[in-house]
Design a protein around this ligand. Structure first.
Ligand code: PMP
Length: 338
């Protein structure tokens, strides 16, 4: 009898995430596949870059015994990826997070030992309270290493060398469309570069929250004025340096309500607990699928777990407060009794 493999280090569990096909939703003539990035040890797709950006900085001599302080601006998930690595390697980690992000992520980060600085969500690039500018300032003033996922090449490279090859192998190199969101743009850029060589016929499709400037940029080459949105982790008010959108020909703008309803429906029908940005990606993927007239294989992500949003999008009271559910949907026993 063969003995079970020895347990490996937690960081060795990053990546090689499972893929499932969704058959419970209307996908028109298409097959829709979800890569479950929620299964990473920190619970999101950003674990991959937490590891790759710290390793690259160590190799470049930017982190090490002389520099043990990491500073980053994050919607939370990059922070969790960095915190896993920082906890094991004994780095100090300071994270700047916009205040719209879920409490679950913030509490998880603090429990992991990160220092969390909350800042305003309602200001854009150039404002002194903008989270990326605050992080850069803290790093400068305290002499820390500013990771800057938005212009760090090790971000996109992690997806080019791990996420892309995994998807190609899991789908036997047969993929017609890949649907991605853009936060830092690392996922989209890395996959674009990989698929350009490995599966050149694969169309890159952008899923963008309503209020973000990126759909208009894809369609017209111009950047409009940003609004606001509740979905966490994707959508931008500027074009990040590493966000290469050159292979994106199709983009969908998804309103918050549709994103959240899609994630709730996915849980109810398929049992998959996905976060808010995954709702946007899957809503866009479903729109793409239903527009097709011939069968296509389409892939997108469950970027993170819905566990991080139980008190928000999976809470009917919060949904009603935001205007996403009718008020009378709760506190009303008629549904149960009749
Ligand atoms: N989904 C979630 C939940 C995220 O936190 C992020 C990153 N902030 C993304 C998607 C976007 O990924 P990327 O930064 O690679 O564009």
């Amino acid at each position: 009898m063969r003995s079970a493999p020895l347990p490996i280090d937690l960081l060795g569990l990053i990546g090689n995430t499972p893929m499932v096909r969704v058959t419970q939703l209307d996908t028109g003539p298409c097959e829709l596949y979800l890569k479950l990035e929620s299964q990473n040890p920190g619970g999101s797709i950003k674990d991959r870059i937490g590891l790759s950006m710290i390793s690259a900085a160590e190799q470049a001599g930017q982190l090490g015994p002389h520099q043990k302080h990491i500073v980053e601006a994050t919607a939370g998930n990059t922070g969790l990826g960095l915190a896993l690595v920082a906890a094991q390697k004994g780095y100090r980690l300071t994270l700047v997070i916009p205040d719209k992000m879920s409490q679950e992520k913030v509490l998880h980060l603090k429990a992991l030992g990160a220092e969390v600085v909350m800042t305003r969500s309602d200001v854009g690039k150039g404002h002194p309270d903008y989270y990326q500018d605050v992080a850069e300032r803290i790093a400068r003033e305290l002499g820390g290493f500013y990771v800057n996922q938005f212009s760090n090449p090790a971000n996109a490279l992690a997806h080019e060398t791990t996420t892309g090859p995994e998807i190609a192998a899991q789908l036997g190199n047969r993929l017609d469309a890949m649907v991605c969101g853009v936060g830092s743009g690392g996922t989209l850029a890395g996959l674009s570069h990989y698929f350009a060589k490995a599966i050149p016929e694969c169309e890159m499709v952008l899923a963008d929250p309503e209020g973000s400037v990126l759909t208009e940029y894809v369609r017209t080459g111009k950047m409009g004025k940003a609004g606001s949105w509740v979905v966490e982790g994707i959508g931008e008010d500027f074009l990040p340096t590493i966000a290469d959108l050159s292979r994106v020909k199709k983009a969908y703008t998804i309103p918050d309500k549709e994103s959240l309803e899609t994630a709730r429906l996915l849980l109810k029908t398929a049992g998959i607990l996905a976060g808010s940005s995954s709702g946007t990606l899957i809503a866009a993927a479903l729109r793409y699928c239903r527009e097709q007239t011939t069968p296509k294989r389409v892939c997108t992500f469950v970027c993170d777990s819905g566990n991080k949003y139980l008190s928000k999008m999976f809470n009917d009271f919060w949904m009603a407060d935001q205007g996403f559910l009718p008020r009378q949907a709760h506190g009303d026993l008629r549904d149960v009794i009749t």
